[in-house]
Design a protein around this ligand. Structure first.
Ligand SMILES: [Zn+2]
Length: 62
């Protein structure tokens, strides 16, 4: 499995699901300094929603 962890050089949101039976894993690092991780399909979905609302594209244009 490749390392998809965001880094300061490549901020962003990364979701991985190692196998159909494994819980999804998500990690995010914003250029504003915020970071978050989540494990589990529902938790990752919440992470994505919160990220889109408050980070990522929410303030990438500004
Ligand atoms: Zn941010």
């Amino acid at each position: 499995m490749s390392d998809l962890t965001p880094t300061p050089d490549r901020p962003g949101l990364h979701i991985s699901k190692p196998s159909p039976n494994a819980p999804a894993q998500g990690s995010a690092l914003c250029h504003c300094g915020a970071s978050a991780t989540a494990t589990g399909d529902a938790q990752v979905l919440l992470l994505v929603q919160g990220w889109e609302a408050n980070h990522g594209s929410a303030h990438a244009e500004g």
